[in-house]
Ligand binder design. Structure first.
Ligand SMILES: C[S@@+](CC[C@H](N)C(=O)[O-])C[C@H]1O[C@@H](n2cnc3c(N)ncnc32)[C@H](O)[C@@H]1O
Length: 247
């Protein structure tokens, strides 16, 4: 359900449009951005339901609630996770950090509904989940320069060369992330694919507003995701990179 799949070629935002936020960036690899109105016009309502679970594309009231949740007027730090899937990280993190606002994005309905139940069962009330492509939703929900932390844990590796343009992490993604983050804010990427770690680090380093470090502790001092737990059980290595938004 990629963002591009809902667009006709002539609807794709122009990379030469000097007014667009993605101006000058490669359209194919532009991963944060897009127009939710186009998704609305071409997609189907989801009929999802769940506590703390929102459908910002097809429900205007959900979009409004999420905008309020992500508003910079709220003094609590805002932490965004792209692809929360089983919400193992989300639940542990929110319980450990009751003073933060967590905002999670996931494109698969079943994961959203299961995650919602899992958070409710854990007594979490500082998380909001959205069934939406983070690339479409982030620019709508998070004003530039207001995000504290952006998390992309174990993004799909897209192994084949012709599919690599679908990888979440790219230099356009790094640029869009830098737009959203506060000075001192962090983008943290974890992966269990060494080639992806090298790729991600290089793409993040291409963004001049980022100071990028490969972490010695691949857990990054954070609770594990489902995939990370599996890696630990099977003795598979993982890698983590952090990019700090500097002036
Ligand atoms: C390989 S899984 C990793 C799941 C989880 N982070 C973990 O570590 O266990 C990647 C997840 O990201 C979701 N995803 C991929 N692209 C996304 C996007 N643009 N916005 C929101 N979710 C996305 C997929 O549906 C999938 O559940």
């Amino acid at each position: 359900m990629a963002y591009r799949d809902f667009l006709e070629p002539d609807q794709i935002p122009s990379k030469t449009d000097p007014s667009g936020r993605g101006a000058g960036r490669t359209v194919d690899t532009r991963l944060v951005g897009g127009d939710m109105a186009l998704r609305r016009a071409n997609g189907h309502p989801s009929n999802i339901s769940g506590e703390w679970l929102y459908d910002p594309i097809f429900k205007d009231e959900d979009l409004a609630e999420l905008k309020a949740w992500c508003s910079p007027d709220d003094p609590r730090p805002l932490v965004v996770e792209i692809g929360f899937q089983r919400a193992r990280f989300a639940r542990a993190f929110c319980l450990e950090n009751p003073g933060v606002r967590y905002m999670g994005f996931e494109v698969r309905k079943k994961f959203c509904e299961d995650a919602s139940e899992y958070l409710v069962a854990g007594g979490v009330d500082n998380a909001r989940l959205a069934l939406v492509d983070a690339r479409q939703a982030l620019p709508e929900l998070v004003p530039p320069g207001t995000l504290d932390t952006l998390l992309a844990f174990f993004p799909d590796p897209w192994w084949k060369k012709r599919h690599m343009k679908k990888r979440l992490v790219s230099r356009d993604f790094a640029a869009e992330s830098a737009d959203l983050l506060k000075i001192g804010g962090k983008l943290i990427v974890k992966t269990d694919v060494e080639g992806y770690a090298d790729w991600a680090e290089e793409e993040m380093r291409a963004e001049p507003r980022f100071e990028v470090t490969r972490l010695e502790d691949p857990a990054a001092g954070l609770p594990p995701t489902q995939r990370e737990r599996r890696c630990a059980i099977h003795g598979r290595p993982t890698w983590a990179m952090v990019a700090i938004r500097r002036t």
